[in-house]
Design a protein around this ligand. Structure first.
Ligand code: BYC
Length: 322
């Protein structure tokens, strides 16, 4: 559409759009928006949706081996919640004109990204605790901020998702707390899970602000409300006290309270590892994608049955109207 609009008119539309953003108005699906805004949103929301769905795999792996029936019920519910979050988010991209089928195809083609954290394996039961506590913890820090994002459907989806994520975070922390009250072996298992998941969780916030390709524009359009580094700092500050409370040690020798800043200082992320995992060469990238493709293919008959049912309904409605 934008191609047919004269430049002066386009400039005027963009100025009006930015004024609405600056006035904290939400942008809704049928409102005019710059194509770059739409594209950037589809990119971010699609990555977010894929993360929720791929994120079901490391945890789903432990449903059959949860230590008690109670823990199994909780984990089942949590993994289902993550699938639900993916669906809300795919629906949000549909309001922007991009279908779920297109996004899933891009994931299978290796074009679409998802959060790097889900390419690490869940090796022990303590990892389920660490994922809930740290990964959902990091997700909440990010998503609480996204509740105020400028696009209406994304913002409303985030409000609902955050409610569920805070329960997820608490169940993870509760697993870690229980292990820390157990035997020496169980405490060592909890510390080992923290050691392996700490740095990958820190990577969830993305590159430093100065290196972040999309941040400046996303902040101007209020798609993002806080920067990658701001959110990462928030996560560190809240996690240190939680770790100390149950006797865990964060694996960062440079972690230190900075009185002047009123925040913790911390060490540098291994950015080489980050780019390796993001570019498809992490410990489980291939396994995660292949699993998704296989399960998607196995579900083809369900999609075919639904499409056939919808077609029949349309035909019946057509006959009734004739
Ligand atoms: N992993 O310019 P930047 C969950 C990419 S929680 C992979 O800073 P942006 C769950 C980035 O996409 C997780 N890729 O980007 C929890 C970009 O690549 P492209 C989901 C990453 O978008 C528990 C490039 O690096 N949450 O689902 O401004 C259980 C440059 O980065 C990562 C969300 O997705 C990464 N960690 O900021 C189950 C939250 N970091 O597109 C499930 C929504 C960066 O140019 N997303 N990249 O090829 C966001 O808030 C933002 O997209 C980010 C990155 C803060 C992640």
């Amino acid at each position: 559409m934008s191609q047919d609009v004269p430049q002066a008119e386009l400039d005027e539309l963009e100025a009006q759009f930015q004024a609405r953003i600056d006035a904290e108005e939400k942008i809704e699906p049928k409102d005019w928006m710059p194509e770059a805004y739409r594209k950037n949103l589809v990119r971010q929301i699609s990555q977010h949706a894929h993360s929720e769905v791929i994120g079901m795999q490391p945890e789903g792996n432990w449903i059959t081996r949860a230590p008690t029936l109670h823990r199994k019920c909780i984990l089942l519910a949590k993994v289902q919640d993550e699938g639900g979050h993916g669906l809300y988010l795919y629906s949000a991209t549909e309001t922007l004109g991009t279908s779920r089928e297109e996004l899933v195809q891009a994931l299978h083609d290796g074009v679409a990204k998802y959060a790097s954290i889900f390419n690490y394996p869940a090796l022990t039961w303590a990892d389920i605790g660490a994922i809930g506590w740290l990964v959902d913890g990091a997700a909440i820090v990010n998503q609480v901020s996204l509740q105020r994002t400028s696009y209406g459907p994304y913002s409303r989806g985030m409000i609902r998702i955050c409610k569920e994520e805070s329960f997820h975070q608490r169940q993870g922390y509760h697993i870690m707390m229980t292990l820390m009250q157990g035997s020496e072996e169980q405490r060592a298992m909890a510390q080992d899970a923290l050691d392996r998941f700490w740095w990958p969780s820190m990577m969830m916030f993305g590159p430093h602000d100065a290196e972040s390709a999309h941040s400046a524009r996303s902040m101007k359009w209020k798609i993002k409300r806080q920067s990658n580094d701001e959110l990462r700092q928030k996560f560190v500050d809240q996690s240190v006290a939680q770790a100390e409370e149950i006797g865990l040690k964060i694996p960062d020798p440079e972690l230190k309270w900075n009185e002047e800043r009123g925040h913790y200082d911390f060490g540098e992320i291994d950015w080489e590892e980050f780019s390796r995992v993001v570019s498809g060469n992490g410990p489980c990238n291939r396994q995660r994608l292949q699993h998704h493709i296989r399960v998607h293919e196995e579900g083809q008959w369900v999609r075919d049955a639904i499409a056939a049912h919808e077609e029949k309904k349309r035909q019946r409605a057509g006959k009734a109207a004739a």
